[in-house]
Design a protein. Sequence first.
Length: 359
Amino acid sequence: MKNSVIYLSMLVAMMFSLTSCSEEVQQSLQPVPLAFGKLNQVMILADDQIWEGPVGDTLDYYYGAAYPILPQPEPIFDLRQISPELLDKDPIKKQLRSFFIIANLNDTESPTTQLVLRDIGEEKARRAKEDPSYNSIVGKDKWAKGQLLIYQFAYSEDALIENLKNNFPAISKRITEADQPRIEATIYFEGENKKAESEIMEEMDVTIRVPADYNEVPLEEENLIWMRKETAELSSNLMLHQVDYLNETQLTSEGIKAIRDTLGRKYISTTIEDTYMRINDIDLPMFTSVKSINNNYTLEARGIWEIVNDYMGGAFVSYLIHNPEKKKLLFIDGFIHAPGKEKRDYMQQLEYIMATVRY
């Protein structure tokens, strides 16, 4: 009888063990949802009172600021706020791609604070209290694969606001970088135009990744290549042009403007007589800045263009690249015409293509 009881106990234990193991295997085999959502869209996970107060105003001022430079204002990021309570009621939103989680850790009754404390743990929370410079953590794949989560926290609203201001450049860059694979997949969905890439290399000693849906515009001009993508709602254009390098005055706002306006007057017009493209720096100023592309000094210009004697316009971005080992400057220009359409994402795609240039 004793042996029977022991045997029965062992059997029950084995059955429980097998059941537990089966449950774990079943859970591990469940499909992990893939994160989804629009490019440049950021979900702000925060309590309503935080979002509706000075902290929310700060978020909107920096992250919702105008993308530079478009004919009509469009934000850098599309911000959407949701509270933890509403998120729990709508689980599908947990699969969105980018979350910015904002919490005042001093408010222990806050649902967002409680969520953040659970995620970062006691040790990191204690460190944040002792060291105010420790105020941000990046997480991944909390609710879905391919998800980015940025936790921003402090022990007062005033400190939280300062952190949001100071961390904006680094965090906005991190969000943009997280979008890069999807931007690339969109641009090169159909592959690359290898023929155009070979011609650019042969004629200009320049490499650049040209999307397959960009076609060359026939031109009888050396050191100038124009490619464009045409759809029912968009004309997206890329121009590459080499000019002799004479002196440093070319690498100025006036210098890059002169190159662009010369090309616009000579090559770009509409069906109306005496029309041509030029920079419109009256309605919006043209902004220039210095950056590095492939370790070469690059002057960047951003602004809007117009067609003289016609009602057309749009946004452009231009790079003037100086490689000290070469006697020519490379001018590369991207511009779009998309009447009635939002233009931020189109310009972002052009910039991605332009950034692949190697000179």
